[in-house]
Design a protein around this ligand. Structure first.
Ligand code: KIV
Length: 264
């Protein structure tokens, strides 16, 4: 298989082929997921919770992210590598330039940032300087304290409308991928139809262009609890590579997520 690029993901959306992505934080898992045929790996700042044991992602630093990105890079041959910009690493455009440099030089092919309209000049500037950007809307975990907990977002009409407008503006600014986290399925569908770039959902319904799961959730080894939007694929297979192959095929044939993993 050829290296997976953002153009390939765009083509998948255009052809109606679902995109299956997962998080990874080290070379061994990354290699296994790459060999299983996953389309993109995210080095998520979720590592603050699943690796470091924090209650949220806020303590994660850019050095943590660069370290784990370099580890993942060593295991990957074909998969697209996306790396998260952690809390406050892109509070200003200048900070974003400096920190995106660290992640790209560590091996990322794209950086992810959480936020809507306030991020537009930063995204435009990064893209103009050659850095591909994945945006992230909905339950953006770095804002957990503002939200008052890990809560479904976009249930109110005005909030949903704002999210659709933000998604369009993020695409306009140059974002090439958009993660949608914990929003009603209907809103996940509306956003996916309103923009041309692929949407990757986690708790955003069946109609996003792809899905992402935190690897610890997909393998049933999370230290806290199993979120409603996740499924333990290891329990059905008893083998990590087969579990990820099952996840990919369930995403691609439309069996995952099921109704029980979605929000109204
Ligand atoms: O940090 C992360 O793993 C993420 C995914 C849940 C999308 O942002």
């Amino acid at each position: 298989m050829a290296k997976i690029t953002t153009s390939r993901l765009l083509k998948m959306k255009q052809q109606g082929e679902k995109i299956a992505t997962i998080t990874a934080y080290d070379a061994s898992f990354a290699k296994l997921f790459d060999q299983a045929g996953i389309h993109a790996i995210l080095i998520g700042d979720s590592l603050g919770m699943v690796l470091q044991g924090h209650d949220d992602t806020l303590p994660v630093t850019i050095d943590d992210m660069a370290y784990h990105t370099a580890c993942v890079k060593k295991g990957v041959e074909e998969t697209l590598i996306i790396s998260d910009m952690p809390f406050m690493a892109y509070a200003s455009t200048e900070q974003a330039y400096a920190n995106a440099t660290k992640l790209m030089q560590a091996g990322a092919s794209m950086v992810k940032m959480e936020g809507g309209s306030w991020l537009l000049p930063t995204i435009k500037g990064l893209v103009e300087r050659g850095v591909p950007v994945c945006a992230h809307l909905g339950l953006t975990p770095q804002s957990v304290h503002l939200f008052g907990g890990f809560k479904v977002q976009g249930r109110e009409q005005s909030q949903a409308q704002k999210m659709i407008e933000d998604a369009k503006a993020l695409e306009q600014a140059g974002a090439q991928l958009l993660v949608l986290e914990c929003i009603p399925s209907e809103l996940g569908k509306a956003i996916s139809e309103a923009i041309s770039i692929p949407t990757i959902g986690i708790g955003a319904g069946k109609d996003t262009d792809g899905q992402i799961l935190v690897m610890h959730d997909a393998l049933g080894i999370s230290c806290s609890y199993m979120p409603k939007f996740s499924r333990n694929f290891l329990v059905d297979t008893g083998d990590i590579k087969k579990a990820v192959e099952l996840y990919i095929s369930e995403v691609q044939n439309g069996n995952f997520p099921g109704d029980e993993h979605c929000f109204n």
